[in-house]
Design a protein around this ligand. Structure first.
Ligand code: 13P
Ligand code: SF4
Length: 353
């Protein structure tokens, strides 16, 4: 048997042994060889909901990146353990905001306005538990790419301004879709005092956009959209909202990974698609829908390095550890942080899609 087949059969054996005691969650960007073991697949929002509903499982193994496993750990029941097969599987975007910089932004804005009444903090789920806790402590909430508009609407109904971190593109694309003029949105450069703004500009801003981005999605360009349209007049371009605004504006549609999958699934044979998101998902859609023309928007591979750190080898090691009574790479969040972060996540789950 090849190494791959051996690892696969070892993982199937553990699943059979542990039965309902083990639940494996898998994000759509996981490799095919890994995602086949997921009891539940999804985008960030669905997986957060799935994690909160797996109340019977003793172990939740998360095939995704660190902030996703951390979110599952915050929403898990007491006594459940969440494990991440590769501890080093972080997220470039989540690493672009830390609590110190966000607290400094809050303090500096607090010098020119009453932040607790005038600014609602929203953190994209691609962030540390500490930033989710910050939002929970200051009346704010978490959002994902599926519910960013609902979260922003909720926030702006309660306070006149929003500080959105860490993804400037999701924030700008969502604000624009809601009709917020670009002049009312300002980039917050966290390396500069007052985000690089003068105080008059800051006072007039409705949406502060943290200067963060995803190093997979920022690489998609408007030229790639134009090139596809020149090659194929009936191509439909669909992109993730972490792409720059100029790309989203030129695309036919934008949405979360689940939305992208749903649009392809409901399309007729012969449809032509160029997809602006991570490569594993594009390749899977391509092989699952051979009756459609499906290609990546980008000419080169656009893979997420950290999502790809989950392998058959480290998944097998983690699940076999459970049978041997060992917890390899458990994800824990200190209870004071988890408590505040849970408030922000529960607000998100109530706001819905
Ligand atoms: P989704 O919530 O759309 O799955 O996005 C997660 C992500 O990390 C995209 O880069
Ligand atoms: Fe983070 Fe981007 Fe990878 Fe998504 S694709 S996990 S945002 S680095």
């Amino acid at each position: 048997m090849s190494d791959t087949r051996t690892l696969e059969s070892r993982i199937w054996d553990v699943k059979a042994t542990l039965g309902d005691r083990l639940v494996i969650l898998g994000h759509h960007y996981q490799r095919d060889e890994v995602i086949q073991f997921a009891d539940f697949r999804g985008d960030s929002l669905k997986l957060a909901r799935d994690a909160s509903r797996c109340t019977e499982a003793e172990y939740i193994v998360f095939c995704g990146v660190h902030f996703m496993a951390e979110t599952a750990a915050i929403l898990a029941q007491p006594g459940q353990t969440v494990l991440l097969p590769a501890l080093e599987a972080g997220c470039f975007l989540a690493d672009m905001a830390n609590r110190q910089d966000v607290e400094r932004a809050w303090r500096e804005l607090g010098e020119i306005m009453d932040v607790e009444h005038e600014i609602m903090p929203i953190t994209y789920v691609n962030s540390t538990a500490e930033l989710k806790a910050f939002c929970g402590d200051h009346g704010g909430l978490v959002c994902t790419s599926s519910n960013a508009q609902a979260a922003l609407t909720w926030a702006l109904a309660r306070r006149p301004r929003v500080l959105f971190f860490p993804d400037q593109h999701l924030a700008r694309n969502t604000g624009k879709r809601m009709g917020i003029p670009l002049d009312d949105m300002q980039l917050w450069d966290f390396t500069e005092p007052l985000g690089g703004l003068d105080s008059d500009t800051a006072r007039q801003t409705r949406l502060f956009l943290w200067n963060g981005w995803c190093n997979v999605h920022w690489r998609f360009t408007p030229q790639m959209v134009t090139a596809w349209r020149e090659r194929m007049s009936d191509i439909r371009v669909i992109v993730h909202p972490e792409c720059p605004m100029e790309v989203v504006d030129l695309a036919d549609e934008a949405g979360s990974t689940s939305y992208i999958i749903q649009r392809i699934e409901e399309s007729p044979p012969g449809a032509h698609w160029a997809i602006g998101t991570e490569f594993n998902l594009v390749n899977r859609l391509k092989s699952e829908h051979p009756d459609q023309f499906i290609e990546s928007l980008s000419p080169g591979p656009s893979s997420c390095r950290t999502m790809n750190m989950i392998t058959l080898g480290n998944l097998a090691a983690v699940v076999e550890g459970l049978v041997a009574g060992q917890l390899i790479h458990p994800i824990t969040v200190p209870e004071d942080i988890a408590h505040s972060a849970r408030i922000a996540l529960e607000r998100m789950l109530e706001v819905g899609r």
